[in-house]
Structures are given as C-alpha cells and as structure tokens.
Design a protein around this ligand. Structure first.
Ligand SMILES: [Ca+2]
Ligand SMILES: [Ca+2]
Length: 847
C-alpha cells in the first residue's frame, strides 16, 4: 500500500487504507506511504493564519499541501487576503504552493454554473456579475473586515514580500486551482471559511467529486448556540462559516463525499485561555510563532487551527472513528443544513431560487427544503421575534435530524484533555500547537526586518523652513485608481502654491478601507509622511453600520474591489511606509488610525487668521457630509469644494455610469453611492464647483495622456508609475469586457488638475441650479436635476483637452518634488547596504 486510498473507495476501504498509512508511519518503513494530498480553502481570518502555519509546519512526506484557495465572501476582502497569503507563503519558503482567488464566471438564470465563478457571493445571490448584495455578509462588521484585511496592522510591519502577488487577469482563479489540485489525485479538502468555492466546483465539475477523499469542515454548530454575535436577534443558531452560504454548505454535506465537521460544539471547549496566552508569550522561537502570537486578539477561540489539528490527526490515525484522534472526541450524527425557513413553498419574495420563476433554479423541488423564506438580512422582520433577542430564522443551522433528509457526518464534540499533566495547558491540542509552531523544521526564513541587514523604518518629511506654504487643500478620495494619479499630481505641485494638508479616505467607494495602506505608501514614496490621513465611515450617510446599502453596485471581481484593493497589482511595487492602518487595540495607542473628523479638526486648528481650505472630493461625499453635520461652522473655513462626479439631467439624454444598476440610467457613481451625502453637500451653502461626468468623458482619452507622457525624455518614478497604471487600465479595457469602464477612473483625474490650473485650461464654466435625488428608489437615487429654484453651483463644461494632457504629463515628469524612494525594489536596495544619506530633506527614525 504505497499509494493514498483509491478514488471513490468505500468507507471500509478507506479505513483499511488509513490503517495501512498509520502502520507505515508508525513503523517508519523504508518504502514510506505517499504523502496525503491536501487542499485548504480559507477566508484568511486570524484563526486561518494559525491553521495555515500549523499545516505548513508539518512533515511534507506525510502531508502535502497542494493548493490554497481563498473564500472571498466572508471576513476578508479578496485583494488583501490573497496578498497576505502570498506573503505568508514567501516567508515560509513555499512559493511553490498555488493560490487561487476570485474569478468572473457566472451562474446563468437557467442555473448553469460556468467555470471560474468567483465565489464572491453566496450561491443564492450569484448571477451574471460579481456585483451583489450582502444578504449574509452584513452580519460581519465592516470594522472587523478592516482589522482582518490588515491583520490589525501587524501584517505589513512583519511579513516579508516576495515576487508573487495579485495581478489582474493573471491571478489563477479559485475554481481553476481547486480543479487542478483535485484532478491530479485523491485529495482531502479542509474548509476554513464559507463553502462557496467547493460547492461551485462540485456543481460545475461533478466528475471531480470522486477525487475528494474527505471534506473537513471548520464550522457549524449542532447542539450549541450559534455565534452570529451581530445577528442573534434574527438567527440564534447559525455559525458564521455556514451562515455565509448555507446553500453551498448544503451542497457539500449532501454531495456524498465523506465529511468530518469540527463545529462550535468542539471549539467552544478550547478557548484561548490566559494560560495559553502566557505560554505562547514565552514560546516564540520561530517567525511563524511570532506572527501567530502578534495576530492573536482577545475573546478568541481556537476555531480553524483546532479544525486543522483534528483533520491532520484523523488523516494520520484513522478517519472514521473517534478513538484514535489525538485532539477531539468525535461521533457520528445525522444532520442537514437549513437553507430556508418553514413554511416551505411560500414564495414571499425572499428566495431568488423560486421567486418570479416558473421552474425553480437548479431544478430544486417546489415545496422542498430550499423553498421557504430565506433570511434577507440581519434585521429581516420575518426572523425577529417581538420582545426577544433570539430570532426564529435558522438559515445555516447544522441541525440534527432523522429521516432521509439527513446525512451522516462525523462530528467533533469536544477537545481532548492534555495528556501532559505537568503542563499549564488544559487541552492536548493547545500543547501540541505551540510545540509544532516552534519546531525548527519547515520554519520561516525571515521577517521583513531580519531579511535585510540595514532594515529601518524611516519617516520622510520635507523641510518647510523658509518655504511659504500655498493654498491649503484637503483631498478626499475613495481610492479608485484615478484618485492615486490625482494624489501624486497634487504632491507634485509647488508647495508654495498648493499645500496638501490632509488626505481623507471614503470607505464606501471603489476600494475597501484597508487600502488606506496604499495611500500611506504613495505618501512615503513622495517623501510626504507628514501629511495626515483620516479614515471615514464605511457606510453611506444614514445607513446602518452593518450593511451594504449602496456598495453592492461595485463589482467584487475584475474591474472592482479585487483590483482597486491592490491598485491593479501595482500596490506592491510601492515602497512600504512605516505608517499603516493600525487597529485600536494594540499596544501603541499613538499609532491608532485617526478618523476623518480628528484630521479635519487638526487641519482647522492650523489655519492662520482668515485662511480658508479648499476641498477636492473624488469619491462619494460621505466624509464631507459627516464633517458638515458634526462641525456646524465648517462652511465658514471652506473656501470652495471641487466635486468630481455627478451628471446633470439637463435636456440631453446622456447616460450615467452606474452600469451595474441598469434601472438607474442617469446617475453617476460618486452620487449614487451616497445620495444623501451628495444632497447634504451640494445643496448646502458651500461654494461648489462640479466636475461632472460629461466633461470627464470629453477629456478621458488614454491615448491623449499616455501620448503626452511619452513625449518626455526624462521620467520620474511617479511618472513611470502613472504610465504603468494608465497603460494597464487601457490594455485591460481593450482586452476584457469586465474592464469596459476603465475610463471612469481616467476622467476623475481632471478634478485635481482643474482645481490647480483653473483658467490656464481655458475652461467653460456655467452656473446651474441643481438638486439631488436621494432616498427614493434605486432607479433614481443619485440623479441630479436642474431646477430654477434650486441652489446654484459652478459646473465645468469643457476645457482645452490637449492643454490638460500636457499639463498633467509635464507635472508628473518634472524632477522637482519627485519621489524620495521610487519603488519597493529601491527600498530593498537601501535596506541592503549601510545608509549614509537618506535622500530626504528630513528623515527621522520611527523607533
Ligand atoms: Ca476561517
Ligand atoms: Ca474616486
């Protein structure tokens, strides 16, 4: 028995095979068994990191981790999660392991699952695009996603960065990586997040099911309460991983593949105790142990890492029973996954598998278990019980059941006690986890600071002695790619003319809040670590903090979040700033990420008598609206607001750009994403200049800007970066339909250039009285009407296009106020040799 168990073998054959493997391992026979092939699907939450590093520490002749795929619809955002994973694998010297994330395929209305469906959305909400709502995901606080995306700020200060990283259209999709791993031979699958990816694979490539030896599930809760701490008022029984996509979990559990589940029943018995924490504090002899320790947060259970421990122990000692498992008691239970609530067959508008269809999707049975009310959100009135905080919905409940609707699953029920009675740790797994993480074998090679002999965290700040500082500016951005071009442009303008006082980040636009680190990196590159960056709200004005009222209109996949969160793959070419997002609860309260309002107030305090601020907004108007609502006197110190966005409905039939919401033909994204904020700002007493879609479209020519940049024989690091970015956007737009909207981002650069250059661009500006449609319906929200009685604003209609292109290119190519550190490559070179002169006007050690 030199090979792993055969495909499609019966349970008894598998048991025999497992016993054979056990025998060979135990006897250390010369002809060792082939290593067991393993595929891990992870949502890259904190406990996932601990699980992954535990797995990477194993002896590769016993367990061969073939691939890792990312579950992109839960606690992390795809672009951040995938680069985080690449960094961990680089540290561990495992750039050989394929990584899959996302994809742009679709599920047709008829129910055909195309290849490469991205897994960004639960199956019930997946259709032809990657834009969609957050039916289940809204249970996850947005601040939680921000913390996990950045690993609380720990990640960028610790992990090194290799050559792998997300790149548009080149990143292997989750489906492809899963299919390749499973096609190559019998493989065990460990699911550490929602079940979306595996369910999609089993539905689109059913022949690969025979190569799934067993699925190990971290998640579910059978005989204990659920853990939706934000949402028990609607659903007290679900656990996050299964709740994230109940129908997918149903598909996996009912696929006929053997399943071992490690649910809350078991993980509730192994919390991170004080004893564990202090033992861990003492035992950190490897980089991976250090990284895991830094990632630990309070109130934590050993969810995914315990599941990984139970899974590997089962694979080592026998997969069908309890007695041999080192870490958990296991027993067989008959269970199912609840995907809809009784009564079945109601067709009440909550269930897209049935509602509005003559035949149910995927051939589901009318009146069957999938045909009831499906929880629409965490405040779904159907689920709420009056005067109770324990709702009646059960979506995602892994429920015990007798009868034909149940499947037999091996379930871990508790963590086994520590056999080492002298240890302060009460559970066997806690003991062994620390032991394994600290093994000298298969260890991390370095962290970012030990990889380079002269690594230092240096802040670059210009010398303002004897410099008259120009017009004070605040730039408010949502981190769409054009906003970075605007930011660089503003930093290039002579400081005695333009004095960029602060950058404000809108967290409800085209990028997730964690992308704030790209802003820090751009400022660092340009030697402007003195400029404060404030992070704003992640939801639109008046929206609940758990929700996604408007951002559903932005695709999660290509051309959307996965790309802007990585700056289309270019973020990793920027030098790494010592400044980065840092969560509240770390040891350095002074490093906490400031909020927009903190930054606003500090800028206000610095103003000289009679001095006023000019604001440029290039995203939704959420921040400015919140500032004006919190600081009633804000308008008295704001000279003018230049607003990029909007489309005037002024007689012509020009269409808006919210392409994901076809019913809304006349809105522009920045207004649509927060109509109430737009109304609050544009109809206020502030002096407004609008740079609407119409004029953006007139000047948005990739050929024009790239041509103007090409005319220069001299280049700067920043002109090269902008050239790369714009060329990439142009190529993507030509190549792939998912990138058809790339000129939106080119157009938004106009706002910064017009604000600075004004009359030099020969502009035509008209005064128009406008009002904003807000809080109505999806089909009209964000539209701008011209009405005689309304508040007048300045509207830019046209300008000299070639003057604009040339000015932008000249400014970027100018070697004055150029980058201090041009790239990550350059930074690595600096860290590799002794430093005498740092190149910045003033450089200070952070430490
Ligand atoms: Ca997880
Ligand atoms: Ca923007």
């Amino acid at each position: 028995m030199a090979t792993a168990p055969r495909k499609g073998s019966s349970r008894s054959a598998q048991l025999l095979a497992a016993v054979a493997v056990l025998f060979l391992t135990a006897s250390a026979a010369g002809a060792a068994a082939a290593p067991r092939r393993l595929l891990v699907d992870t949502d890259m939450d904190t406990d996932d990191l601990l699980a992954l590093l535990y797995i990477l520490k194993q002896n590769r002749s016993e367990f061969d981790l073939k691939a890792i795929t990312i579950s992109a619809n839960a606690w992390t955002d795809a672009g951040h999660a995938v680069n985080h994973l690449y960094d961990i694998l680089y540290m561990m010297g495992r750039d050989d392991i394929p990584v899959g994330v996302g994809g742009d395929g679709a599920i047709s209305d008829a129910g055909d699952v195309q290849r490469n469906v991205g897994g960004y959305l639960p199956l019930i909400d997946q259709s032809m695009s990657t834009a969609g709502g957050c039916r289940y995901r809204q249970a996850i606080p947005l601040s939680g996603r921000l913390d996990v995306d950045t690993n609380f700020g720990v990640r960028k200060g610790f992990l090194p960065q290799g050559s792998r990283g997300y790149r548009p259209l080149r990143q292997p999709t989750a489906q492809r990586v899963m299919a390749e791993a499973l096609s190559a031979g019998p493989t065990s699958v460990l699911l550490l997040g929602t079940h979306t990816n595996l369910a999609l694979l089993l539905m689109s490539r059913p022949h690969l099911r025979r190569n799934v030896e067993r699925v190990y599930v971290s998640g579910g809760g059978v005989r204990v309460a659920g853990n939706l701490f934000t949402a028990t008022a609607a659903n007290p029984v679900a656990e996050f991983n299964v709740f994230g996509d109940p129908f997918a979990a149903y598909q996996v559990l009912h696929s006929g593949v053997p399943v071992t589940m490690i649910p809350l029943d078991a993980t509730n018995t192994i919390p991170v105790t004080e004893a564990f924490y202090s033992e861990f504090l003492r035992r950190q002899s490897t980089y991976e142990a250090q990284y895991c320790f830094l990632s630990l947060d309070g109130g934590f259970y050993m969810w995914d890492q315990f599941a990984a421990g139970v899974a590997l122990s089962s694979m080592r000692h026998g997969e069908t029973g309890s007695s041999n498992n080192e870490f958990a008691e296991l027993e067989y239970m008959n269970i199912t996954v609840v995907t809809s609530n009784k009564p079945y067959g109601v067709r009440d508008g909550s269930n897209p598998f049935f509602d509005g269809r003559t035949t149910p999707k995927f051939g589901l049975q009318e009146g069957g278990v999938h045909s009831g009310h499906v929880e629409t959100g965490i405040r779904d009135p159907f689920c709420l019980v009056p005067r109770s905080n324990r709702g009646r919905c059960q979506d995602g409940y892994t429920k015990e059941l007798s009868g034909p609707e149940a499947v037999q699953v091996l379930v871990a029920t508790s963590a086994k006690p520590n056999t080492n009675k002298n240890s302060p740790l009460d559970k066997e797994f806690s003991e062994r986890f620390l032991e394994v993480l600290n093994l000298p074998e298969n260890t991390g090679r370095f962290n970012i600071s030990t990889q380079f002999p002269y690594y230092r965290e240096v802040l670059y700040k210009p010398d303002f002695m004897n410099v008259t500082r120009g017009k004070p500016i605040i730039f408010d951005m949502d981190m769409s790619p054009g906003d970075f071009v605007s930011l660089i442009y503003l930093l290039k303008e002579p400081r005695h003319e333009i004095d960029l006082k602060a950058v404000l980040i809108n967290g409800n636009g085209w990028a997730d809040s964690a992308s704030i680190d790209i802003v820090y990196d751009v400022l660092h590159m340009m030697g402007r670590d003195d400029i404060p960056v404030g992070l704003g709200n992640t939801t639109a004005l008046g929206s609940p903090t758990l929700g996604c009222n408007n951002s559903y209109a932005i695709p999660l996949g290509s051309g959307g979040f996965v790309d802007s969160d990585t700056l289309y793959g270019l973020a990793r070419s920027l030098p790494r700033s010592p400044r980065r997002f840092t969560s509240e609860n770390l040891y350095h309260p002074e490093r906490r990420q400031p909020h927009v309002f903190d930054v606003w107030q500090s800028v206000r305090k610095q103003l000289g008598p009679g001095q006023k601020i000019t604001v440029l907004t290039s995203g939704p108007l959420t921040n400015l609206a919140n500032i004006s609502l919190s600081d009633m006197d804000a308008s008295s110190v704001i000279e003018r607001v230049y607003v990029v966005g909007g489309l005037l409905r002024d007689g012509s039939d020009e269409k808006g750009n919210v392409f994901t919401v076809p019913s809304n033909r006349y809105a522009e994204f920045n207004m649509f994403l927060d109509p109430l904020a737009a109304k609050t700002v544009l109809e206020s007493s502030l002096n407004i200049t609008l740079i609407p879609l119409t004029v953006q479209r007139k000047i948005a020519s990739f050929e024009g800007v790239l041509g103007a940049l090409k005319q220069h024989t001299q280049h700067t690091p920043e002109s090269k970066l902008v050239h790369r970015l714009l060329l990439l956007l142009q190529q993507l737009q030509r190549k792939q339909k998912f990138y058809h909207h790339m000129d939106i981002f080119l157009g938004e650069v106009l706002g910064a250039v017009y604000m600075v250059q004004g009359s030099d661009l020969e502009p035509s500006v008209k005064v128009k009285p406008i009002c904003i449609v807000a809080n109505t319906t999806e089909s009209t929200n964000g539209q701008i009407l011209v009405k005689k009685s309304a508040k007048p604003v300045n509207v830019l209609f046209s300008l000299n296009t070639s003057a604009y292109h040339n000015h932008l290119a000249n400014s970027l190519a100018n070697d004055k106020q150029s980058a201090v550190v041009g790239s990550f490559e350059e930074q690595k070179a600096i860290w590799s040799r002794p430093q005498k002169h740092l190149g910045a006007d003033i450089a200070k050690d952070r430490k």
